[in-house]
Design a binder for this molecule. Structure first.
Ligand code: RM4
Ligand code: MN
Ligand code: MN
Length: 443
């Protein structure tokens, strides 16, 4: 079969199977000449060239992603919870499960903590947390104050009209910063449920002012190496207005708070069809992107597994980050974190799946040829520019990732390793009875 025909076939037909089968290749080719759309069977498995493998190895060396403690616990919807026999209910169990994901993937050295859920004794919980970390091989990561669960926050926290409640929200945040300091956590991650449900019920400008003041005062408490991350969300639980509804509001508030405040992008916290990678590019160019909460969604803040619905979007986000780094020569100092809630999938499996997907998409983004892209953009060669992203996305990076894992002494397939290592069976036995007593209804 001639080379040009092979290329033509590759370009014009659906490529579905990669297999060594010369005879069927010849037959497929005849079909192509007759002008029919056929399935093309390639003649050989193309090994990845060394340059690409190196790019993937280099990318994986730098890529780390933080797991959320709450991703291992029983979670639900507003209609109830589906209890899992193996779910974690104590902070130590969450560390143990996160440790298991790190053991198998090697790229999740930290676990994000939610103050109210994981530090029941506030600042006095830090000794225990240090013990759990040591025992289970994962360090405490970002600290998330909880300003949405207590009854007093019914009408808001930093935006509450009652000054006493704003004060107690501020105190809780300061405690969170102190917890972070004791645990040597760099990031304090602020998400607010503040907002209102009905037009006319809240003084939007006044609340903005209160937010500014409280964030500024929180920023004051930071040690020099710490950061305050401001997360935004346009809906839920408030359904008319949210006090920090989008990245622009988060940006203004972070700037008002002080130089160590940055914006946190939770991929699920946007209206459908919003161009998240553009937001990322803008925040990068303003030196205001602090971190991510990764998850995927189809409709709202669905908290589904990363890349399960739209993996190309994640590639585009990673690409904007890498493109920024390539163009400016600067390192984008970004905390990659997972913020997911798996009601139906097994918690640990869902996390392994997430981490694996994150590595794949980050590796694919590393394959975009930046100099070529810059040239194509400059020449307005649209098809060439676009295909550089598409080709990277279409590349099967899994064999290279497996090789990298093996080179690190990690299992080449973390999911398989987890399914075989007995951990799930053990924790299911240990935790089943306690979980069966867990309440799943809100009645
Ligand atoms: C929110 C937001 C926060 C997370 C809470 C539990 O929707 O994503 O980051 O801490 O959920
Ligand atoms: Mn989040
Ligand atoms: Mn969320």
């Amino acid at each position: 079969m001639s080379r040009s025909l092979t290329r033509l076939a590759l370009q014009s037909v659906v490529l579905t199977v990669l297999q060594c089968e010369t005879t069927s290749s010849r037959k497929e080719n005849r079909d192509l000449v007759r002008g029919r759309i056929v399935t093309f069977v390639a003649e050989e498995r193309f090994p990845m060239d060394a340059g690409k493998s190196k790019k993937i190895f280099d990318a994986l060396e730098t890529f780390r992603i933080e797991l959320p403690s709450w991703g291992f616990a029983n979670t639900g919807t507003r209609f109830g919870k589906f209890i899992q026999a193996a779910a974690a209910t104590t902070t130590e169990e969450k560390f143990s499960d996160a440790g298991q994901v790190h053991l198998l993937t090697g790229v999740c050295p930290t676990v994000a903590l939610h103050v109210l859920w994981d530090c029941p004794d506030g600042v006095h919980s830090t000794d225990d947390i240090r013990k759990f970390a040591e025992r289970h091989g994962v360090l405490p990561g970002s600290i998330n104050p909880n300003l949405f669960q207590d009854q007093e926050y019914k009408y808001g926290s930093f935006g509450n009209p009652d000054p006493a409640i704003r004060q107690s929200a501020l105190q809780h945040t300061k405690d969170g910063i102190e917890i972070a300091r004791r645990l040597r956590s760099r990031d304090i991650s602020m998400w607010f449920a503040d907002g209102s449900n009905y037009p006319g019920t809240a003084n939007i400008r006044q609340r903005k002012q209160w937010f500014k003041e409280c964030l500024k005062e929180s920023h004051h408490q930071l040690s020099p190496e710490q950061r305050l991350l401001v997360e935004y969300k346009p809906f839920e639980p408030a359904f008319y207005h949210t006090d920090i509804a989008d990245w622009g509001m988060a940006l203004l508030l972070a700037r008002a708070a002080g130089p160590q405040a940055k914006v946190l992008v939770d991929t699920g916290h946007h209206y459908a069809a919003q161009n998240i990678e553009q937001i990322v590019a803008w925040l990068l160019s303003e030196d205001m992107l602090g971190g991510f909460h990764f998850n995927d969604r189809r409709y709202a803040d669905d908290d589904l597994t990363m890349g399960s619905i739209d993996p190309y979007q994640v590639l585009r986000i990673f690409h904007e980050i890498r493109y920024f780094e390539w163009e400016t020569g600067q390192h984008a100092d970004i905390a990659y974190m997972v913020d997911q809630s798996h009601n139906l999938k097994g918690k640990i499996e869902a996390m392994i799946q997430t981490v694996t997907m994150a590595q794949e998409l980050f590796s694919k983004a590393a394959l975009v040829d930046e100099p070529e892209l810059a040239t194509a953009q400059q020449k307005c060669d649209l098809v060439r520019a676009e295909s550089l992203l598409q080709d990277a996305f279409a590349t099967d990076v899994r064999p290279a990732i497996q090789e990298w894992r093996v080179s690190k002494g990690l299992p080449s397939n973390p999911m398989e390793a987890f399914r075989q290592n007995g951990y799930l069976e053990r924790i299911t036995k240990e935790r089943a009875a306690r979980n069966s007593r867990n309440v799943s209804s809100y009645a």
